[in-house]
Design a binder for this molecule. Structure first.
Ligand code: SF4
Length: 368
Protein backbone atom coordinates (compact mmCIF):
# COMPACT_ATOMS: atom_id res chain seq x y z
CA UNK A 1 0.00 0.00 0.00
CA UNK A 2 1.28 3.50 -0.87
CA UNK A 3 2.55 5.39 2.13
CA UNK A 4 1.14 8.85 2.49
CA UNK A 5 2.48 11.71 4.57
CA UNK A 6 0.41 13.91 6.87
CA UNK A 7 1.96 17.36 7.34
CA UNK A 8 1.07 20.59 9.07
CA UNK A 9 2.91 23.87 8.59
CA UNK A 10 3.35 26.00 11.69
CA UNK A 11 3.42 29.63 10.59
CA UNK A 12 3.91 31.13 14.05
CA UNK A 13 0.30 32.36 13.99
CA UNK A 14 -2.54 31.32 16.23
CA UNK A 15 -4.60 29.20 13.82
CA UNK A 16 -1.93 26.74 12.72
CA UNK A 17 -0.79 26.36 16.33
CA UNK A 18 -4.35 25.64 17.44
CA UNK A 19 -4.85 23.20 14.58
CA UNK A 20 -1.78 21.21 15.63
CA UNK A 21 -3.12 20.91 19.18
CA UNK A 22 -6.65 20.15 18.00
CA UNK A 23 -5.53 17.33 15.70
CA UNK A 24 -3.21 15.85 18.31
CA UNK A 25 -6.04 15.74 20.86
CA UNK A 26 -8.82 14.63 18.55
CA UNK A 27 -6.95 12.32 16.15
CA UNK A 28 -3.95 11.00 18.11
CA UNK A 29 -3.44 8.13 15.66
CA UNK A 30 -2.68 10.45 12.74
CA UNK A 31 1.09 10.54 12.41
CA UNK A 32 1.53 14.20 11.54
CA UNK A 33 4.87 15.80 10.69
CA UNK A 34 5.10 19.45 11.69
CA UNK A 35 7.31 21.94 9.91
CA UNK A 36 8.19 25.60 10.06
CA UNK A 37 9.72 27.60 7.18
CA UNK A 38 12.59 29.72 8.42
CA UNK A 39 12.90 33.24 7.02
CA UNK A 40 15.26 34.46 9.75
CA UNK A 41 13.05 37.53 10.13
CA UNK A 42 10.35 36.46 12.56
CA UNK A 43 9.69 38.13 15.88
CA UNK A 44 11.15 36.27 18.83
CA UNK A 45 7.59 35.55 20.02
CA UNK A 46 7.21 33.20 17.05
CA UNK A 47 10.19 31.13 18.17
CA UNK A 48 8.80 31.08 21.73
CA UNK A 49 5.50 29.78 20.38
CA UNK A 50 7.29 27.02 18.46
CA UNK A 51 9.17 25.92 21.57
CA UNK A 52 5.96 25.85 23.63
CA UNK A 53 4.17 23.91 20.90
CA UNK A 54 6.91 21.31 20.63
CA UNK A 55 6.53 20.59 24.29
CA UNK A 56 2.72 20.22 24.08
CA UNK A 57 2.85 18.13 20.90
CA UNK A 58 5.72 15.99 22.19
CA UNK A 59 7.35 16.24 18.76
CA UNK A 60 9.96 18.36 17.02
CA UNK A 61 8.78 20.93 14.51
CA UNK A 62 11.09 20.49 11.55
CA UNK A 63 12.78 23.65 10.35
CA UNK A 64 12.81 24.02 6.55
CA UNK A 65 15.42 26.31 5.02
CA UNK A 66 15.20 27.63 1.48
CA UNK A 67 18.97 28.23 1.49
CA UNK A 68 20.30 25.31 3.57
CA UNK A 69 23.93 26.35 3.12
CA UNK A 70 23.31 29.64 4.90
CA UNK A 71 22.63 30.57 8.52
CA UNK A 72 19.03 30.82 9.74
CA UNK A 73 19.06 34.58 10.14
CA UNK A 74 19.97 35.36 6.52
CA UNK A 75 17.48 33.13 4.71
CA UNK A 76 15.45 36.11 3.46
CA UNK A 77 18.60 38.09 2.60
CA UNK A 78 19.99 35.36 0.35
CA UNK A 79 16.92 35.64 -1.86
CA UNK A 80 16.76 39.42 -1.64
CA UNK A 81 20.28 39.48 -3.12
CA UNK A 82 19.13 37.18 -5.90
CA UNK A 83 16.33 39.62 -6.67
CA UNK A 84 18.75 42.57 -6.77
CA UNK A 85 17.38 44.19 -3.60
CA UNK A 86 13.82 44.28 -4.97
CA UNK A 87 11.60 44.10 -1.92
CA UNK A 88 8.57 41.78 -2.08
CA UNK A 89 5.06 43.25 -2.11
CA UNK A 90 1.50 41.99 -2.26
CA UNK A 91 1.74 42.12 -6.06
CA UNK A 92 5.11 40.43 -6.19
CA UNK A 93 5.22 38.06 -3.28
CA UNK A 94 8.42 36.25 -4.19
CA UNK A 95 9.21 35.76 -0.49
CA UNK A 96 6.30 33.38 0.15
CA UNK A 97 7.08 31.36 -2.93
CA UNK A 98 10.84 31.17 -2.40
CA UNK A 99 10.99 30.88 1.39
CA UNK A 100 7.83 28.94 2.17
CA UNK A 101 6.17 27.13 -0.73
CA UNK A 102 9.27 25.88 -2.53
CA UNK A 103 11.04 24.48 0.55
CA UNK A 104 7.77 22.83 1.57
CA UNK A 105 7.31 21.21 -1.85
CA UNK A 106 10.94 20.07 -1.82
CA UNK A 107 10.52 18.55 1.64
CA UNK A 108 7.41 16.62 0.57
CA UNK A 109 8.96 15.50 -2.74
CA UNK A 110 6.72 13.21 -4.77
CA UNK A 111 5.15 11.44 -1.78
CA UNK A 112 1.34 11.65 -1.73
CA UNK A 113 0.69 14.10 1.08
CA UNK A 114 -2.22 15.45 3.07
CA UNK A 115 -1.46 18.98 4.19
CA UNK A 116 -3.60 20.31 7.04
CA UNK A 117 -4.50 24.00 6.82
CA UNK A 118 -5.93 26.02 9.72
CA UNK A 119 -8.41 28.22 7.86
CA UNK A 120 -11.36 28.64 10.21
CA UNK A 121 -15.06 28.08 9.76
CA UNK A 122 -15.65 31.85 10.02
CA UNK A 123 -13.28 32.70 7.17
CA UNK A 124 -14.07 32.74 3.51
CA UNK A 125 -10.80 32.06 1.76
CA UNK A 126 -8.55 29.27 0.70
CA UNK A 127 -5.14 30.86 1.27
CA UNK A 128 -2.06 30.50 -0.86
CA UNK A 129 -1.63 26.73 -1.00
CA UNK A 130 0.51 24.33 -2.98
CA UNK A 131 -0.91 23.31 -6.34
CA UNK A 132 1.30 20.23 -6.72
CA UNK A 133 -0.91 17.24 -7.60
CA UNK A 134 0.61 15.02 -4.89
CA UNK A 135 -0.22 17.57 -2.16
CA UNK A 136 -3.84 17.70 -1.06
CA UNK A 137 -4.99 20.34 1.40
CA UNK A 138 -7.49 19.46 4.12
CA UNK A 139 -9.27 22.12 6.22
CA UNK A 140 -10.32 20.46 9.50
CA UNK A 141 -11.70 23.64 11.14
CA UNK A 142 -14.38 24.06 8.49
CA UNK A 143 -17.56 22.15 7.80
CA UNK A 144 -16.21 21.76 4.29
CA UNK A 145 -12.85 20.06 4.78
CA UNK A 146 -12.16 19.86 1.03
CA UNK A 147 -10.34 22.31 -1.24
CA UNK A 148 -12.11 24.39 -3.87
CA UNK A 149 -10.57 22.26 -6.59
CA UNK A 150 -12.04 19.06 -5.19
CA UNK A 151 -15.47 20.57 -4.60
CA UNK A 152 -15.49 21.94 -8.12
CA UNK A 153 -14.62 18.51 -9.60
CA UNK A 154 -17.06 16.66 -7.38
CA UNK A 155 -20.05 18.92 -7.92
CA UNK A 156 -19.63 19.54 -11.62
CA UNK A 157 -22.88 18.86 -13.50
CA UNK A 158 -21.32 16.11 -15.61
CA UNK A 159 -20.70 14.17 -12.39
CA UNK A 160 -24.32 14.04 -11.24
CA UNK A 161 -24.94 10.44 -12.35
CA UNK A 162 -21.71 9.20 -10.74
CA UNK A 163 -22.47 10.95 -7.42
CA UNK A 164 -26.03 9.68 -7.42
CA UNK A 165 -24.78 6.09 -7.84
CA UNK A 166 -22.20 6.56 -5.07
CA UNK A 167 -24.87 7.94 -2.75
CA UNK A 168 -27.30 5.12 -3.52
CA UNK A 169 -24.61 2.56 -2.60
CA UNK A 170 -22.90 4.27 0.32
CA UNK A 171 -25.45 6.31 2.25
CA UNK A 172 -27.59 3.99 4.30
CA UNK A 173 -29.59 6.33 6.48
CA UNK A 174 -32.74 8.38 6.05
CA UNK A 175 -30.82 11.18 4.40
CA UNK A 176 -30.11 9.17 1.24
CA UNK A 177 -33.17 10.53 -0.62
CA UNK A 178 -32.43 14.10 0.45
CA UNK A 179 -28.88 13.77 -0.86
CA UNK A 180 -30.02 12.34 -4.18
CA UNK A 181 -32.54 15.15 -4.59
CA UNK A 182 -29.90 17.86 -4.06
CA UNK A 183 -27.20 16.08 -6.06
CA UNK A 184 -29.60 15.73 -9.00
CA UNK A 185 -30.23 19.48 -9.10
CA UNK A 186 -27.78 20.91 -11.67
CA UNK A 187 -25.70 23.97 -10.88
CA UNK A 188 -27.12 26.93 -12.75
CA UNK A 189 -27.35 30.70 -12.63
CA UNK A 190 -30.04 30.40 -9.95
CA UNK A 191 -28.43 27.56 -8.04
CA UNK A 192 -24.71 28.09 -7.68
CA UNK A 193 -22.05 25.72 -6.41
CA UNK A 194 -21.80 27.29 -2.96
CA UNK A 195 -25.52 26.98 -2.44
CA UNK A 196 -25.45 23.36 -3.52
CA UNK A 197 -22.47 22.64 -1.27
CA UNK A 198 -24.18 24.24 1.72
CA UNK A 199 -27.38 22.30 1.07
CA UNK A 200 -25.42 19.04 1.02
CA UNK A 201 -23.45 19.90 4.17
CA UNK A 202 -26.67 20.83 5.92
CA UNK A 203 -28.10 17.33 5.39
CA UNK A 204 -25.07 15.63 6.96
CA UNK A 205 -21.42 16.66 6.91
CA UNK A 206 -20.08 13.16 7.54
CA UNK A 207 -22.27 11.57 4.84
CA UNK A 208 -21.25 14.27 2.39
CA UNK A 209 -17.59 13.59 3.23
CA UNK A 210 -18.12 9.90 2.62
CA UNK A 211 -19.62 10.63 -0.82
CA UNK A 212 -16.66 12.87 -1.77
CA UNK A 213 -14.19 10.29 -0.46
CA UNK A 214 -15.80 7.47 -2.46
CA UNK A 215 -15.77 9.63 -5.58
CA UNK A 216 -12.11 10.48 -5.04
CA UNK A 217 -11.15 6.81 -4.98
CA UNK A 218 -11.56 6.93 -8.76
CA UNK A 219 -9.08 9.84 -9.00
CA UNK A 220 -5.42 9.91 -8.19
CA UNK A 221 -5.45 12.13 -5.10
CA UNK A 222 -3.40 11.40 -1.96
CA UNK A 223 -6.55 10.53 -0.05
CA UNK A 224 -7.42 7.89 -2.66
CA UNK A 225 -4.60 5.80 -1.17
CA UNK A 226 -6.22 5.57 2.26
CA UNK A 227 -8.56 2.74 3.23
CA UNK A 228 -10.04 4.83 5.99
CA UNK A 229 -9.79 8.42 7.10
CA UNK A 230 -11.04 9.55 10.52
CA UNK A 231 -11.66 13.16 9.51
CA UNK A 232 -14.57 12.03 7.33
CA UNK A 233 -16.57 11.87 10.55
CA UNK A 234 -15.56 15.37 11.65
CA UNK A 235 -18.58 17.67 11.93
CA UNK A 236 -16.83 20.52 13.77
CA UNK A 237 -16.87 24.14 12.65
CA UNK A 238 -14.30 26.12 14.62
CA UNK A 239 -14.31 29.91 14.73
CA UNK A 240 -11.98 32.52 16.20
CA UNK A 241 -13.18 32.13 19.79
CA UNK A 242 -12.48 28.37 19.60
CA UNK A 243 -8.91 29.04 18.51
CA UNK A 244 -8.27 31.29 21.54
CA UNK A 245 -9.82 28.66 23.81
CA UNK A 246 -7.72 25.79 22.42
CA UNK A 247 -4.51 27.79 22.83
CA UNK A 248 -5.35 28.92 26.36
CA UNK A 249 -6.49 25.47 27.54
CA UNK A 250 -3.37 23.78 26.15
CA UNK A 251 -1.09 26.10 28.11
CA UNK A 252 0.60 27.30 24.89
CA UNK A 253 -1.32 30.56 24.99
CA UNK A 254 -1.45 33.21 22.31
CA UNK A 255 1.73 34.49 20.69
CA UNK A 256 2.72 37.52 22.75
CA UNK A 257 2.63 39.96 19.84
CA UNK A 258 -1.19 39.74 19.97
CA UNK A 259 -1.16 41.35 23.45
CA UNK A 260 -2.65 44.79 23.17
CA UNK A 261 -0.41 47.56 24.41
CA UNK A 262 -1.60 50.94 25.58
CA UNK A 263 -0.61 54.26 23.99
CA UNK A 264 -1.73 57.77 24.75
CA UNK A 265 -2.58 60.50 22.30
CA UNK A 266 -3.59 63.99 23.50
CA UNK A 267 -4.85 62.53 26.77
CA UNK A 268 -6.80 59.80 25.03
CA UNK A 269 -5.96 56.13 25.60
CA UNK A 270 -5.64 53.73 22.70
CA UNK A 271 -4.42 50.19 22.12
CA UNK A 272 -2.35 48.60 19.44
CA UNK A 273 -0.82 45.20 18.76
CA UNK A 274 0.46 43.15 15.90
CA UNK A 275 -2.29 41.26 14.15
CA UNK A 276 -0.41 38.33 12.68
CA UNK A 277 2.67 36.21 12.44
CA UNK A 278 5.31 36.52 9.75
CA UNK A 279 8.39 38.62 9.13
CA UNK A 280 8.72 41.76 11.25
CA UNK A 281 8.86 43.86 8.05
CA UNK A 282 5.93 42.14 6.34
CA UNK A 283 4.36 44.47 3.76
CA UNK A 284 0.92 43.17 4.70
CA UNK A 285 0.98 44.95 8.03
CA UNK A 286 -1.08 48.05 8.57
CA UNK A 287 0.32 51.50 9.34
CA UNK A 288 -0.57 51.23 13.00
CA UNK A 289 1.37 47.97 13.18
CA UNK A 290 4.44 49.73 11.76
CA UNK A 291 4.02 52.32 14.50
CA UNK A 292 3.72 49.47 17.04
CA UNK A 293 6.98 48.03 15.67
CA UNK A 294 8.71 51.40 15.83
CA UNK A 295 7.63 52.06 19.41
CA UNK A 296 8.11 48.54 20.78
CA UNK A 297 10.86 46.94 18.66
CA UNK A 298 12.98 49.92 17.66
CA UNK A 299 15.95 47.82 16.56
CA UNK A 300 13.79 45.75 14.19
CA UNK A 301 12.24 48.91 12.78
CA UNK A 302 15.74 50.28 12.08
CA UNK A 303 16.60 47.09 10.25
CA UNK A 304 13.41 47.44 8.18
CA UNK A 305 14.53 50.98 7.26
CA UNK A 306 17.92 49.62 6.17
CA UNK A 307 16.18 47.39 3.64
CA UNK A 308 14.78 50.52 1.96
CA UNK A 309 18.24 51.98 1.28
CA UNK A 310 18.32 50.68 -2.32
CA UNK A 311 15.29 52.76 -3.21
CA UNK A 312 12.65 50.04 -2.90
CA UNK A 313 10.03 50.47 -0.15
CA UNK A 314 7.87 48.14 1.96
CA UNK A 315 4.77 50.23 1.33
CA UNK A 316 3.84 51.59 -2.06
CA UNK A 317 2.86 55.01 -0.80
CA UNK A 318 5.29 55.79 1.99
CA UNK A 319 8.86 55.32 3.14
CA UNK A 320 9.42 54.15 6.69
CA UNK A 321 11.52 57.24 7.42
CA UNK A 322 8.46 59.37 6.62
CA UNK A 323 6.07 57.19 8.60
CA UNK A 324 7.93 57.88 11.84
CA UNK A 325 7.82 61.66 11.63
CA UNK A 326 5.96 62.82 14.77
CA UNK A 327 3.04 64.39 12.86
CA UNK A 328 2.60 61.28 10.77
CA UNK A 329 2.61 58.98 13.81
CA UNK A 330 0.00 61.22 15.40
CA UNK A 331 -2.14 61.04 12.29
CA UNK A 332 -1.91 57.24 12.12
CA UNK A 333 -2.82 56.91 15.79
CA UNK A 334 -5.74 59.30 15.42
CA UNK A 335 -7.07 57.27 12.54
CA UNK A 336 -6.62 54.06 14.52
CA UNK A 337 -8.43 55.53 17.53
CA UNK A 338 -11.35 56.53 15.34
CA UNK A 339 -11.47 53.11 13.75
CA UNK A 340 -11.31 51.20 17.01
CA UNK A 341 -13.99 53.48 18.48
CA UNK A 342 -16.32 52.91 15.53
CA UNK A 343 -15.73 49.16 15.87
CA UNK A 344 -16.25 49.12 19.61
CA UNK A 345 -19.76 47.77 19.11
CA UNK A 346 -18.46 44.89 17.04
CA UNK A 347 -19.38 41.46 18.44
CA UNK A 348 -15.76 40.58 19.14
CA UNK A 349 -13.71 42.06 21.93
CA UNK A 350 -10.40 41.21 20.30
CA UNK A 351 -8.26 44.01 18.94
CA UNK A 352 -7.10 41.77 16.10
CA UNK A 353 -10.63 41.68 14.72
CA UNK A 354 -10.20 45.35 13.97
CA UNK A 355 -6.64 45.02 12.77
CA UNK A 356 -7.30 41.99 10.62
CA UNK A 357 -9.59 43.63 8.14
CA UNK A 358 -7.25 42.61 5.33
CA UNK A 359 -7.02 39.02 6.55
CA UNK A 360 -8.18 37.60 3.25
CA UNK A 361 -5.07 39.02 1.60
CA UNK A 362 -2.82 36.90 3.72
CA UNK A 363 -1.42 33.55 2.81
CA UNK A 364 -1.72 30.15 4.40
CA UNK A 365 2.06 29.82 4.56
CA UNK A 366 2.69 32.97 6.61
CA UNK A 367 -0.25 33.98 8.72
CA UNK A 368 -2.45 31.06 9.64
S1 SF4 B 1 5.49 37.12 6.33
FE1 SF4 B 1 5.25 38.67 4.72
S2 SF4 B 1 7.37 39.24 4.18
FE2 SF4 B 1 7.50 37.29 5.30
S3 SF4 B 1 7.47 35.68 3.76
FE3 SF4 B 1 5.32 36.01 4.39
S4 SF4 B 1 4.48 37.53 2.95
FE4 SF4 B 1 6.74 37.58 2.79
Amino acid sequence: MTKIKHVLGISGGKDSAALAIYLKNKYPTLDIEYYFCETGKELKETYNLITALESVLGKRIKKLKAAPDYEDDVQFDVFLNKYGGYLPSSNSRWCTRALKLEPFEKYVGETPTLSYVGIRGDENREGYISQKPNIQSIFPFRKNIWSEEIISKTLTNSNIKCLTDITATNVHNRSKDEFIKIISEPISYNYDRNKKLNDLLTISISSFNKIVYEYMKSLNYPISHLNEYPLLENEDNLVREDIFRILEESGVGLPKYYDKLEFELDGQKGYYARSRSGCYFCFFQQKIEWVWLYENHRELFSKAIDYEKDGYTWMQDERLEDLIKPDRIKQIKEYHLKRTASNSNSKSSYLIDILEEAESEGCAACFI
